[in-house]
Design a protein around this ligand. Structure first.
Ligand code: ZN
Length: 868
């Protein structure tokens, strides 16, 4: 039977819809126990229509009540747990007709947080990717776009605020204590961008004038006690709006733009048209409760969701395989925005380093593991599993490469053409690529391979210098990722920014475009043997295989003018020594010292330069991972840096104080970061001497960054003062869930102090704590995910106790919230990479989960791919 259901989740099997929608009217009577949803759909034959085809709507966990076609009761239909199939349509479905459906859902029982649910007594929705079908029967696919008119009804005393997408047309009080609000969204949209919110909320608002001279109302809705924490989000929103006008000529297209915060949310935030819904974690901040990292994350997530208004909403995805079309592009846009907000060139570099660190720590392992997929996947079982660091962060790297190849202006031309061609449409990644190619008159055929191939390519570099000829040669070779290599593997188009560093400084930066398997470039007139700085600013998301001497790396670390590569050289030196079980030698210590004491350098850069590569990134360099050995080697290396540079840490701790009222700007945050690194290094070197100073900072801090950093330093050292400070912290912040999340996650991610088993028993104790909630994703992530995914040295125990805990937790969570469970299930992805006994113990834990007969599609896909 031909239907608009996906035949199978395969990219190449895409078919345009048989039916489509022009207008949608929803009348929703909100009741936690029984919400009645009446819908009226104006249906049209779609681009792929054939006479006589039934209309197949998707619906999940709904109670069906009634169906009318063109106003008449209609009985020719079939219901299954996932569909409503309507036969005998008027005129064989060849002309427009209306469908009216009444159905019921139960928001208070919805713990998946997809569709319509209740959080702290208020109603919220989450429809991306396929949640709308849990609200009513629908053509729930992104290439079906319609205009929405929504009537919300609820008891006024409990739900005074009623919000949906677009503009508020009218409100009315009804006799029985209920009230209504009618909302209309002027822009056609797919169902995944629908939203409603109802409950006891209050807002701060602001009116701004945008480039065309229009006035726009901006609102941020929260529970009343949180109003005082919304200023930073509002400032971030306003900055984002102006930035998008300036950088891309994109103006806010609605009269009203709302952000709503909710404490129960699966992800970070959601870009519903005109009504963004946010995890409270990415809205609420004030100095006393939020760290500098929180402030920065809020700024970037607010920008991300706002930028989706154009890249995602005005131009959306044809199908979910194209997810990176909106996500990769929007992450790139938010990264660029945040870089500009840093306020300096060195700030931009700091932001770039942070983004690359995240990519390598999380995306490289994904790309090398059992869930590896291209940024545009070809196949999936559960789309929720594909909101990944690959689609988002690697997708952003691919977008960044267009800009590197075409220049900022060329990139802007491509964006302009993309909107000119596709405004109001649901399109593909290829449409984006063609806009970039056509606007710049260039051929991007080979560049397409970045969309279709998984895995991180390796680029090897061999150099030679001929002193007699004064000639330098570099040969660059690309190697397809080992885990995905087959006979059809295609070559990538790889932009490599490079510069030859010479004492005279006479060589300019250039861009090598590696398009063949191997290419050689020759540089004449190079007076002395240069030091090569390549893949500057991380111009391509690759692994570099370049056997550069420690002396050259030290030169780069102390003097590369590309701040990213300067940082990179230091990371590489440290990484090599840690993996060889060495301690930092005198030359490296002295390079660290010079860098720390250089008054011209940005403190935030110093902080990053002295932060060692993460354990999980070190794992990626090994064939057979021994997690305890890596932990011990890395910790010893860190202790050596702490001890050798005692004097410097002590003086930086003094120098980096930021007197005056708290300011979350990048410059002050950078100073605090370096000061707090100094504090933790002092405790690492001489815990007994410096613990009192940490306690002092903990007590007297006027902001969460300093308070939390001091507490963390004490907890990590297992200091005897830690217990009292933790108790004090809990008592002080007990009524602030986001701060209590920090309290939980700090304890769950504490590395082994004396014996590692202690952390697991702590985690079990935390799970029994009165404030632990298994159905709140933030709380679960701050305990279970923090321990299993953020605390490798405690998690990977030789007796397998960490893995047993993991299996137990995946199963328990799956019954409540499959998305949160599936995320945790990813925790053992890389099991094959580990040494024994870890590997066998991990496999046993995976098998234990696989044996369950009630697994969700989400968890099943992850576990079976891991075992497969
Ligand atoms: Zn997004």
């Amino acid at each position: 039977m031909k239907t608009d259901l996906p035949q199978s989740f395969n990219r190449l099997k895409y078919l345009p819809p048989y039916y489509t929608l022009s207008q949608v009217e929803l009348d929703i009577a909100l009741d936690p126990a029984r919400t009645i949803v009446k819908s009226r759909l104006e249906v049209l034959p779609g681009p792929n229509h054939e006479a006589g085809l039934p209309l197949v709507l998707q619906g999940q966990e709904l109670e069906f009540v009634s169906l009318r076609i063109n106003g008449e009761a209609h009985r020719q239909f079939e219901l299954t747990p996932l569909t409503l199939t309507i036969h005998a349509l008027p005129h064989d479905g060849c002309q427009a007709f209306s469908v009216e459906i009444i159905c019921v859902c139960i928001p208070e029982k919805n713990t998946s947080l997809m569709g319509l649910y209740v959080s702290n007594g208020n109603f919220f929705t989450q429809c991306e990717a396929e949640g709308f079908r849990k609200i009513t029967y629908f053509l729930d696919r992104p290439d079906v776009m319609a205009r929405y008119r929504v009537i919300l009804r609820a008891r006024e005393a409990e739900y005074p605020v009623l919000l949906s997408n677009g503009n508020l047309l009218s409100t009315e009080k009804l006799a029985n204590g209920w009230h209504t609000a009618i909302w209309e969204d002027p822009f056609p949209k797919p169902a995944y961008l629908f939203a409603l919110v109802a409950g006891k909320l209050e807002c701060i608002e602001e009116t701004i004038t945008t480039s065309s001279g229009a006035k726009k109302l901006l609102q941020i809705w929260v529970e009343s006690h949180d109003l005082k924490k919304t200023r930073h989000a509002m400032d971030s929103l306003i900055a984002s709006i102006y930035w998008d006008e300036k950088r891309y000529g994109l103006e806010l297209d609605l009269e009203r733009f709302m952000i709503v915060a909710v404490g129960d949310f699966n992800m970070g935030a959601m870009e519903n048209k005109g009504l963004n819904i946010f995890n409270t974690k990415y809205v609420l901040a004030q100095a006393e409760t939020a760290t500098d990292a929180d402030f920065a994350n809020i700024e970037s997530v607010v920008a991300h969701e706002y930028f989706h208004n154009w890249t995602g909403n005005r131009v959306t995805c044809r199908d979910w395989f194209q997810l990176s079309l909106k996500e990769g592009l929007t992450v790139f846009r938010d990264q660029e925005f945040s870089a500009d907000q840093m306020g300096s060139e060195s700030g931009r570099a700091v932001k770039r380093i942070e983004d690359v660190r995240l990519l390598r720590q999380l995306q490289f392992p994904e790309d090398a593991g059992p869930m590896a997929h291209p940024i545009r996947p070809d196949e999936y079982q559960e789309i929720n599993n594909f909101y990944t660091v690959t689609v988002y962060e690697k997708g952003a790297e691919v977008v960044r490469m267009y800009q590197t190849l075409l220049g900022r202006e060329g990139f802007r031309k491509g964006m302009d053409l993309y909107f000119k061609r596709h405004d109001g449409q649901a399109v593909t990644c290829e449409d984006f690529l063609m806009a970039m190619a056509d606007a710049n008159g260039c051929d991007l055929e080979q560049f397409k391979n970045w969309y279709g191939q998984a895995g991180t390519p390796t680029v090897s570099v061999v150099e030679s210098y001929n002193a007699a000829k004064k000639e330098y040669q570099v040969t660059v070779t690309q190697h397809p990722p080992a885990n995905v290599k087959n006979k059809d593997t295609k070559l990538f188009h790889i932009p490599l920014a490079m510069r030859l560093l010479t004492p005279a400084g006479d060589q300019q930066e250039s861009l090598l475009e590696l398009t063949q398997e191997s290419q050689t470039w020759t540089f004449p007139d190079v007076e002395t043997r240069p030091v090569l700085s390549i893949n500057r600013n991380f111009s391509a998301p690759i692994k570099l295989d370049f056997d550069q001497s420690e002396a050259d790396l030290l030169t780069l670390f102390s003097s590369d003018d590309d701040a990213f590569n300067r940082w990179e050289a230091g990371q590489k030196l440290a990484m090599q020594m840690i993996l060889q079980g060495r301690l930092p030698d005198a030359a490296l210590i002295s390079a660290y010292r010079d860098l720390l004491m250089d008054p011209a350098l940005d403190p935030a850069f110093k902080d990053l330069a002295l932060t060692l590569p993460a354990e999980t990134y070190l794992y990626e360099q090994c064939v057979s991972v021994d997690p305890q050995k890596i932990y011990v080697a890395r910790r010893a290396f860190r202790k050596a840096i702490a001890r050798e540079l005692r004097m410097e840490w002590a003086s930086l701790y003094q120098q980096m104080q930021t007197p005056g009222p708290f300011n979350p700007d990048a410059a002050s945050a950078g100073k605090r970061a370096l000061k707090n690194l100094a504090l933790s290094m002092l405790l690492e070197a001489d815990p007994l001497i410096w613990s009192p100073m940490a306690v002092n900072q903990y007590r007297n801090a006027d902001n969460m960054t300093d308070r939390y950093a001091a507490l963390a330093a004490l907890v990590i050292q297992g200091s005897s003062s830690a217990v009292a400070c933790l108790e004090d912290f809990y008592a002080h912040f007990a009524d602030d869930p986001l701060v209590i999340d920090k309290w939980f996650s700090l304890q769950a991610s504490r590395p082994p102090v004396t014996d590692a088993v202690a952390t697991l028993s702590d985690v079990r104790r935390l799970q029994g704590h009165e404030a632990f909630r298994m159905n709140n994703p933030n709380r679960v992530r701050s305990v279970i995910h923090a321990f299993c995914m953020n605390n490798p040295a405690s998690f990977h125990q030789m007796d397998g106790s960490g893995y047993a805990f993991w299996a137990e937790s995946v199963l328990a969570l799956d019954a409540i919230n499959p998305q949160v469970a599936a995320r945790l299930a990813r925790g053992l992805d890389r099991w094959k990479q580990f040494a024994q006994p870890y590997q066998s113990l991990m496999r046993a834990a995976l098998e234990r989960v696989a044996e369950s007969e009630t697994l969700s599609a989400d968890v099943k896909e992850v576990i079976l791919k891991a075992l497969g």
